[in-house]
Each structure stands twice: as structure tokens, then as C-alpha cells.
Design a protein around this ligand. Structure first.
Ligand code: ADP
Length: 439
């Protein structure tokens, strides 16, 4: 304050001295007045500089002033710096927060009071088919053109979620998106979206599976209870009784096989994959399943098949013995069951150039049309339904083979020519194979 007063006095005195030098009291007074005006002007210039700087609000470009203005500028500079720091840390927190929402597997869209997009993460944009940058500020109802969604937004009842079709990989394959709006703040809305395609698919598969199992069990059960009722109500000749009991036993056996295959599948799905611990003689597995197939062909076919065991490399394979045996014998029994009697079946191990090993079964059966091949390992998928039933098939054999192969790091391969025959193989990776050296 003193500095400003000294400046003012100095300028007034300077003006007065100049006026006094003119030897006129009036000019002396005028000189003092001009000095005072000059000081006011200079002070005004400083005030303007301060105001201009304050308007910009940048702490770094503070004007260099002395006296009370300098002090004022310094204090303001400190306050501005503090605010800048606070704003920076708020910005950083907001960035972190938005990055976290970006990383969310759920879609998040923020809508303003009139339903325009204020912010959206990439997940929501992909699920609903808009651009998270370009479409900011657009009305969401114009971007998501779905009658159910429009009615939901307009209805204002957000206590439940809705499901709509999202843009899928192809127009014929839309994804299913579940979404719910949560109102917040002043008429603002938070919209959460979720891709539920896989969940719905799994639910549909579970429903199909239950329906299939019920159907598979109901058929033999109906036959069985029909015979029971007949035997209870009508006195039967001994020959008829024996025939009925035989048929009943067949149906009971069919149910047993189905339940056993279902249990095998559920065990395969519910247990950890077998480690590489147990090394099994591949030839021993082969002779076991070949023996079994020879027994089966004599049991079901008037003219037995010619079953040939092919010689191959001398190998050990690692994995779960019971699982591998079950998968191999499923392939063998399919070959026997689907190839007409007298047909030729060959089976063995072969080592491929890439180090993988294959257990294969080829037959001279009816073959399988190409369109069926990708679906063969689906549960209850059958190409020849009646042949499968006649020969006691459950429709689960190849599903079991696929699971076993996958649990051992491998896969199932199918080659087939309609009318000529099929070759089924279980391919196992090099890590599961060891060639026997010196016996
Ligand atoms: P299933 O118990 O009915 O044999 P699988 O899962 O083992 O069930 O096989 C699925 C379907 O694949 C069979 O119903 C049959 O139509 C077809 N299939 C399997 N193996 C052969 C084969 N070697 N030759 C011709 N068709 C086969």
C-alpha cells in the first residue's frame, strides 16, 4: 500500500514541481492533477493486466508486477495452481474410472435427460451397433432401432430387463443382447447391456438335451410297461412268455446302456483332464478292442465281418486307460454295427509325419454324406436312426469319443465316402506318444 501511495505522491509532486517551475499557482495545481491522473492511468493498466491474466486463468503466465498488485497476483497464482492440481487429479481419476468401465465385460451407456448418448463404452457400442465417438450426442432411440427397445424407453418402467437382437457376425445370425435402464441424477439414465447369446444357446441346448433324454428313455419304458400290462392281464403260453421276457430284457438293456453312456459323458465333463502320468501299451489297447469287435460281430451278424488288426509302430500312449478304451471301442462297435455283415473292418495305430499318432478304424459300410459329418459328435445326432436303434445305439457314442480325444489334447477325424465306407480316427498329440525302443 505504501508503495502505491509513494508512487501517487511522487507523480503529484512531479506535476506540481513542473507547474511551480512555470511560476503559476494554477499550473502548479494542474500539474499536480495531471500527476494524479497519470498515476490512475498507470494503476489502471496494471489492473487490466491482472484482470486479463485472471480471465485466462493460467498459473504459469502471471504478470510480473510489484507492490500490492504483485502480491495480489502471487496470491491468485497460488490459488489457481491449487485448483489446476485438483482439476488434474480429478481428470486422472475420471480417466481411470472410464478406463475401468471400458474394461467391463458389460456395456455401459450414459444418457442425458432427453435420451442422448453422453458417454458409452466400446462394449455397449459393439453390442448395439453404434460408434462410441461419432454418435455421441445422438438420441439412442435413433441408433437402436428396435420396437421393443423404443417401447421400453418410452414406457419408463425400468424395473425389468429386456432382450433385443444385436448386430451379429451375419444378419441371419444376430446376437441376443439383454439390457436394463437405471435412472439416476436429474432424469439421467444408466443403460447396462449384456451379450446373452451364449447363455441362451446353453439354455436351449440344455432343454434339447433333457427333451432328448426323456424321449430316449420313454420309448423303451413304454414298450416295457406295455409288456408288463399284457403279462398281468392275459395268461400266456410259455413260448410267448419267453419271447415277451426277451423283448423286455432288450428294452431294459437299452435303458441301461443309455444311462451308462450318460454317466460316462457327465463324468468326462465334470472331471479334470487326465495328466500325462500313465503310459499304456498301444498294442494292448488295440487287441482288446479288436477282440471285443470280433465278439460283437458274431453276436449280431449272421455273416460275421472280416476284422483285421493292422500292424503299426510300437507305441506307448499316455492318458486314462478306461477313457481311451471306451473311445476306441465306440469306434469299433460303430464300424461293426453300421457295416453290413461280411464287410471288412480294419483297425490299427499309425504315426503321422508331424509326430501325432492316430488310432483308426475303417470300414466298408454305407458311408456318411458330407453334410452329416460336422454334426456326428452332437449328442443324439444320428444319420441312420433306425439302424442305430436296431443295433442298440444311444446316439452318444461319438460325443464320448470327441470328449475323450479332447481331454487328451487330441481330436476326432472322420473321412467317409457315401456307398464306400468310412474311416474314423482319434488323433493324439506328440506329447501323448512315446515310441518303444528295444522292446
Ligand atoms: P449311435 O449310438 O447311434 O451309433 P454315435 O454317436 O456312435 O451314435 O454315432 C452317431 C451316428 O453316426 C450314428 O447314428 C450313425 O448314423 C453314424 N455313424 C457312426 N459310425 C458310423 C459308421 N462307421 N458308418 C456309418 N455311419 C456311422
Amino acid at each position: 500500500m505504501t508503495r502505491r501511495a509513494i508512487e501517487l505522491l511522487l507523480l503529484v509532486a512531479l506535476g506540481a514541481v513542473w507547474g511551480w517551475a512555470q511560476e503559476s499557482p494554477a499550473i502548479t495545481f494542474a500539474g499536480a492533477l495531471v500527476g494524479a491522473l497519470a498515476w490512475t492511468f498507470l494503476d489502471g493498466v496494471r489492473a487490466r493486466r491482472v484482470l486479463r491474466w485472471l480471465n485466462k486463468g493460467e498459473a504459469t503466465r502471471a504478470p510480473n508486477l510489484g507492490g500490492v498488485w504483485g502480491e495480489l497476483v502471487e496470491r491468485c497464482r497460488k490459488v489457481i495452481k491449487k485448483l489446476e492440481k485438483k482439476a488434474q487429479s480429478s481428470d486422472a481419476r475420471l480417466e481411470d474410472f472410464l478406463a475401468a468401465i471400458q474394461a467391463s465385460p458389460n456395456g455401459v451407456v450414459l444418457l442425458d435427460s432427453s435420451g442422448r448418448i453422453e458417454w458409452s463404452n466400446l462394449t455397449a457400442a459393439n453390442q448395439l451397433g453404434f460408434d462410441p465417438q461419432r454418435d455421441l450426442g445422438q438420441y439412442v432411440r435413433n441408433l437402436v432401432r428396435n420396437p421393443a427397445f423404443t417401447a421400453y424407453l418410452a414406457g419408463g418402467d425400468f424395473g425389468h430387463e429386456i432382450q433385443i437382437d444385436g448386430p451379429g457376425p451375419r444378419p441371419s445370425q444376430p446376437t441376443k443382447i439383454s439390457m436394463q435402464v437405471h435412472p439416476y441424477g436429474k432424469k439421467r439414465k444408466l443403460m447396462i447391456t449384456r451379450d446373452v447369446t451364449a447363455v441362451l444357446l446353453a439354455e436351449a441346448m440344455r432343454r434339447d438335451f433333457v427333451a432328448n433324454v426323456s424321449h430316449e428313455i420313454r420309448t423303451p419304458l413304454t414298450v416295457l410297461s406295455g409288456f408288463v400290462e399284457t403279462m398281468q392281464s392275459i395268461p400266456l403260453e410259455e413260448a410267448d412268455r419267453t419271447r415277451y421276457l426277451d423283448l423286455m430284457s432288450q428294452q431294459a438293456h437299452r435303458m441301461q446302456t443309455l444311462v451308462s453312456d450318460l454317466l460316462t459323458l457327465s463324468r468326462l465333463e465334470g472331471s479334470p483332464a487326465p495328466g500325462p502320468g500313465e503310459w499304456i501299451d498301444a498294442e494292448e489297447l488295440l487287441s482288446h478292442v479288436v477282440q471285443e469287435a470280433k465278439g460283437l460281430t458274431h453276436a449280431i451278424s449272421p455273416t460275421p465281418h472280416e476284422i483285421e488288426r493292422m500292424t503299426g509302430p510300437d507305441l506307448w500312449v499316455s492318458g486314462a486307460r478306461t477313457e481311451l478304451l471306451s473311445a476306441m471301442s465306440n469306434l469299433m462297435s460303430n464300424a461293426v454295427r453300421y457295416t453290413p455283415g461280411g464287410g471288412r473292418i480294419r483297425s490299427g495305430w499309425r504315426l503321422r509325419a508331424d509326430g501325432w499318432v492316430e488310432f483308426f478304424v475303417s470300414d466298408t459300410g454305407p458311408g456318411i454324406a458330407a453334410e452329416h459329418i460336422p454334426r456326428l459328435t452332437e449328442r443324439f445326432y444320428r444319420v441312420d436312426r433306425s439302424r442305430s436303434r436296431e443295433t442298440g445305439g444311444t446316439g452318444l457314442g461319438l460325443a464320448i469319443v470327441k470328449h475323450v480325444a479332447q481331454r487328451h489334447g487330441g481330436h476326432i477325424e472322420v473321412q467317409s465316402v457315401l456307398g464306400e465306407g468310412s474311416t474314423f480316427a482319434i488323433a493324439l498329440p506328440p506329447a501323448r506318444v512315446r515310441e518303444r525302443v528295444n522292446g
